[in-house]
Design a protein around this ligand. Sequence first.
Ligand code: 0A1
Ligand code: ZN
Length: 850
Amino acid sequence: MAETRFLADYRPWPFRLIETRLDITLAPRGSCVRSELALERTGPGPLVLDGGAGLHTLSVCIDGAAVPPEALAIGGEALTIGDRALPEGRFTLSCTVEIDPEANTALEGLYLSGGIFCTQCEAEGFRHITWYPDRPDVMAPFRVTLRSDMPVLLSNGNPVASGPGWAEWHDPWPKPAYLFALVAGDLRAVSGRFATSSGREVALNVWVRPGDEDRAGFALESLVKAMRWDETAYGREYDLDVFNIVAVDDFNMGAMENKGLNIFNSRLVLASPETATDSDYERIEAVIAHEYFHNWTGNRITCRDWFQLCLKEGLTVFRDQQFTSDMRSAAVKRIEDVVTLRARQFREDAGPLAHPPRPDRYEEINNFYTATVYEKGAEVIGMLRRLVGDDGYRRALDLYFDRHDGQACTIEDWLKVFEDATGRDLTQFKRWYTDAGTPRLTMAEDWDQGAGRLTLRFRQDTAPTPGQPDKPPRVIPIAVGLLSPNGDEVVPTRVLEMTDAEQSFAFDGLGGRPVVSLLRGFSAPVTVDRRISRSERALLVAHDTDPFARWEAADSLAMDSLVAMAAGAGSDPALSYAYGGVLAERAMDPAFLALMLRLPAEDEIAAEMARRGAVPDPDAIHRAREALMTELATDHARVLDQIMAEMDCPLPYAPDAAQSGARSARLAALALLSRIDGGERAQAVWDRAGNMTERMGALTQLIRAGRAEGALAWMEQRFAGNRLVMDKFFTVQPMAAAPDRALPVARALAARPDFDIRNPNRFRALIGGFGANHAALHAADGSGYDFVADWLIRIDPVNPQIAARMCSLLETWPRYDEGRRAHARRALERIAALPGLSGNTAEMVTRILA
Ligand code: 0A1
Ligand code: ZN
């Protein structure tokens, strides 16, 4: 088992790294890496470099002379040169190692993806390339020579010179090793140019495999939009002559912000109307922007250590969310972000893997690229901005860039710029970074008719999380508005700042008792308990001026109904009535309408039941949700059909907000209607579909209705050579299948020769698709847990990062009944007992079982 690292143990590295030179000769089985590090001592102690088991060390020299064996120790993961072998002042350490990219199935360090050499160095991948101070606070300019007969040779920074079989790159901006990258392959560029606001000309390239060029245009357009936006919104300009993006098929995550050379999972680059859905397009635009924004928030200013990961990730997610809100509909984006936050981060916070946005200990840092670090990290910044206002936020960010450019920083540095720029004391606010768990906000109302006064009494409680039994109160910005009983807004949005465990706020001068629109814009990542009548909720659904609160009122009405139905009650007629009102409203943005029509997912219902102290029954939840959809479809069939007709988009296809909104409303209506027509309409949509969005919408319903054979056969035949489309084929079948069909379907898919577990996308597609079928994953006989465990066991020796990440499919086991819990525990213990289990997976399984 790996050892635990603690935030409190941070020590600066006792050397200064002045420059890094690399000379790399690429070959699939034996790549030779020669490094030269210009160093200077700044503190006492030996020189310790990080490295991995895969380094075959050929030489280690100081100022050209071999380090004597008695001064050199090469043990498992460290190379140590004794104090006395080190010269005073500046010296050069050169190492030569050989590595084997072809054997690298973990996809960390240098590896091959479909014949393309590429790298992934975050968080600690560089140590698999050569011996190095592989920590984010050691930054240096890089000069890199690549040697290979591949036609395209790329690294960070600007190109310096090249000839047949070699290329030299120079990155003048000091960077930590995790931002290093190289790519060598037979690639084609889709190119453009960008003139920065101060007149610098930048060459832009999106590099793809020959034949994929016609699917790279949207990524390039997205990049240009992101570059312009960062100049306007944050005053941040690009700082090199070239910006390269490379798409590879085998990648553990979504994409990586290596300086000037972003490497992407091809699913976040390649798109055409025939192969990608509207959500794929939206995601591509967002991730291209995210990686680009890292150039300032992550690269120019990086993290002191990996405990500070949310410093760059929370901020960059916050920035990409702002970007998408500006490019598309802000209201819709906010709701989508909250849905994801609740589905992933609240789930994490409520279970055994709960941790703060800035953890203070870890075993394997790769296990901390989590929804809490990313999405909650972004929410925390949203709260900060709400508290200091837009101007305060802008001043703080300007100060952050001014003060910390070129540095490796901490959350303390970040909070300090807000304190200095706005004069606010953020001592209590800091708890959002250091404390885990989702606060539960309880609100009660006192109405004094005589005085015309409404008093809102709040309480905040946070349940204990692993290692953190006590939860002191946090600062919670609560955005509130008041509506009169006829739906007019009588008090516009006001942000109440709650700082105590219990606190009251009064509104005076009211003519009559208003209805409270609470937590507008989702002003804080908390759950809310309030007593509110159905008619008040219905009033909010019909009239709230805040789109988030309006959606939330509909969502919670549906949630209450579903929770009651899953516990055996009948459905609530108020819900269908409220839906009728929504459907009758013609002026609504179609994308917003689609969200209003959406019912909470089965996993969300289970989470809510657990939060309310009940034990969720997955089968009952599935039946309840199906019954409610059937009822809504039956009650509103006519108007749903009208929506389907009205929202049929004209050609040509565009992945913009307007068209994709219309398609999502149409497909939401189709999903409801398919519950009552045996899949007739879905078949019609499939037969006429002109793009992948409609195809996937229809196919999902055809699978549910058990009549997808023809569609699946067509898809397989038409797209056999397209890995990204075939990933959809692998996901949608187990996901949409009836719970008792999902396992046989998943097993059959797993037996296919194209289920290649060395490709992370394919593995995630099938196992993740199965895991998204809530009732199948949590089957009472434990078969779902066993299936997942079997595959985690198979993938762990191939790719430990993917195995560890997918363990989170099992993180919710404590919610369920004793029978299911016993099955889940046995499945987890079976993984834990595996000889040679990776440290990554061992840490996850241990935490999940604890
Ligand atoms: N920094 C990247 C995400 C990333 C993290 C880790 C990786 O390998 C373990 C790869 C990519 C981002 O935020 O997009
Ligand atoms: Zn990121």
